[in-house]
Design a protein around this ligand. Structure first.
Ligand code: BES
Ligand code: MN
Ligand code: ZN
Length: 497
């Protein structure tokens, strides 16, 4: 999807659809359009066809004009304020309607949002570009698909001043790249596990780096991981015919002397999680193809940074494995030695995410990072605690946690912090190794975090549990592309630091 910004007269627009976000009160541009259309908008409000309610919409056809449609999108909230989730709901209502219809070229009219008399155009345009880009995504793989590609090819952002247009242009580039990054993460997440294997992901990472001087990919084989003594990671792939891969993607937006220390993103990529010998129940097991969404979000972020040529240094580390039961698989009670030298009693082979992440965290220390953030569909308990609205956040460095919390608020891709107290860590006590890989039934998200914290003691580290946020179940089943917006917001704040 193409994005542009303009301040040219609304009434001379060549877009085939105008999008007017408005409440029942018609402000500046809304009033102008209402006059130009002989009071049609007011008429729709009076008749009750358009209520102005948040997320509602009404499509008006205008015969005989280049602009064939006017889409009214409701912005009225009980409080009169449009916070980030409400704003995104308005944009999503418009994006869903227009990407499903016949419109090819739309114009978003900014400035009429209630509660935002002076909108930050970079932020608003960023949200518009991100949400329209993700609304245009269609999963397509193999043969005939029932999913028609969206016809909507371009969206222009209208603002009233030249400085607003300049700000909007930056926001559109950022939001468009973030949306494309989300779509890449969704595509990788949605691909079935017989296609999306660790080797497939490794190949995608190599493709991503091709022709991009700022990006280099390195893939470590099982033999190389064995040399590094990654006994914990390798214990997870032991039962699989698919070889494990450790994918390292280095994005260097700032080169030379005095370049900033990188942020390292470590993404769990279990391309299928059967649970191993601690086999999962059959119902819904297909959803465990999404157990690589942490890794997929790292791909999405790296792709977006490369597209934007953002002046930051970020290294993506993606441990990719398949967790299968077989004659060679790890058994409950087995003790393994991690790269850090710490030993782990594997009481449950279904708590495998932390087993691959701990070695990836130890490995990441070599980059002398400013911070390490790991992203993982780690615990079912996180879905119970926070549902699909917020990712779980655990961190050993409060300024880092605060920056992530704020980035979540700002991007609408929120996270919520849980404690890493020593009382929880004690649940990992083992009689046969330095620690067990599970901490019992209580506080499963926290004990998983405590486990990882033992491998990040020397680092500024945060962990995002995205088990509830990375995909939707039910009729709308599919990967969401979260938390790419949260990570992009956090990383963009590192520019110039
Ligand atoms: N990938 C799962 C976590 C998960 C479960 C994500 C459901 C999304 C939906 C993870 O590997 C796992 O199996 N975790 C176990 C940990 C337990 C054995 C301590 C869990 O959450 O049940
Ligand atoms: Mn598991
Ligand atoms: Zn898992």
């Amino acid at each position: 999807m193409q994005f542009s910004a303009t301040s040219a007269s609304l009434l001379s627009s060549r877009a085939d659809s105008l999008i007017l976000p408005t409440g029942r009160q018609l402000k500046a541009e809304a009033a102008t359009l209402n006059d130009a259309l002989d009071g049609a908008i007011e008429g729709l409000i009076k008749s009750g066809d358009f209520t102005g309610k948040l997320g509602s919409s009404c499509l008006l056809h205008i015969p005989g004009k280049a602009t064939k449609r006017l889409l009214l999108v409701g912005c009225d909230t009980d409080s009169g304020e449009l916070d980030v989730p409400a704003r995104d709901k308005v944009i999503a209502a418009a994006a869903q309607q227009l990407t499903a219809g016949g419109s090819k070229k739309a114009l978003w009219i900014s400035g009429a949002l209630p509660g935002t008399s002076q909108p930050d155009h970079a932020v608003l345009a960023g949200a518009v570009a991100r949400i329209f880009t993700t609304a245009g995504y269609r999963y397509n793989k193999g043969g005939a698909s029932k999913h028609q590609p969206s016809k909507l090819a371009s969206v222009s952002y209208w603002a009233d001043t030249r400085s607003a247009v300049a700000a909007a242009k930056k926001g559109l580039a950022y939001g468009g790249a973030t949306g494309s990054g989300m779509n890449l993460a969704r595509q990788l997440g949605n691909l079935p596990a017989n296609i999306c294997t660790p080797s497939y992901l490794a190949k995608q990472a190599q493709e991503l780096a091709k022709g991009n001087a700022a990006l280099t990919t390195q893939v470590l084989s099982e033999a190389e991981m064995k040399k590094l003594k990654m006994g914990s990671l390798l214990s997870v792939s032991a039962g699989s015919d698919q070889p494990a891969k450790l994918i390292v993607m280095k994005y260097e937006g700032v080169k030379g002397r005095g370049k900033p220390a990188p942020t390292v993103l470590v993404g769990k990529a279990v391309t299928f999680d059967t649970g191993g010998i601690s086999l999962k129940p059959g119902a819904g097991m297909d959803e465990m193809k999404y157990d690589m969404c942490g890794g997929a979000s790292v791909f999405g972020v790296i792709a977006a940074l490369a597209e934007l040529k953002m002046a930051v240094n970020v290294i993506g580390v993606v441990p990719a494995v398949e967790n299968m039961p077989s004659g060679g698989a790890t058994k409950p009670g087995d003790v393994v030695t991690s790269m850090s030298g710490q030993t782990i009693e594997i009481l449950n082979t279904d708590a495998e995410g932390r087993l691959i992440l701990c070695d990836a965290l130890t490995y990441s220390a070599r980059f002398k990072p400013a911070a390490i953030i790991d992203i993982a569909t780690l615990t079912g308990a996180c879905i119970m605690a926070l549902g699909g609205h917020a990712s779980g956040l655990l961190s050993n460095h409060q300024p880092l946690a605060d920056a992530l919390l704020e980035s979540g608020q700002q991007s609408g891709d929120r996270c919520w912090q849980l404690p890493l107290w020593p009382e929880y860590d004690q649940q990992l006590q083992s009689n046969f190794a330095d620690m067990a890989n599970i901490g019992g039934r209580q506080a499963g998200t926290v004990t998983a975090g405590c486990f990882l914290a033992r491998f990040a003691k020397q680092q500024r580290w945060a962990h995002l549990d995205i088990a509830g946020t990375a995909w939707l179940s039910g009729a709308a089943k599919g990967a969401t592309g979260r938390p790419v917006p949260l990570l992009m917001e956090y990383i963009s704040r590192q520019q110039g630091k």
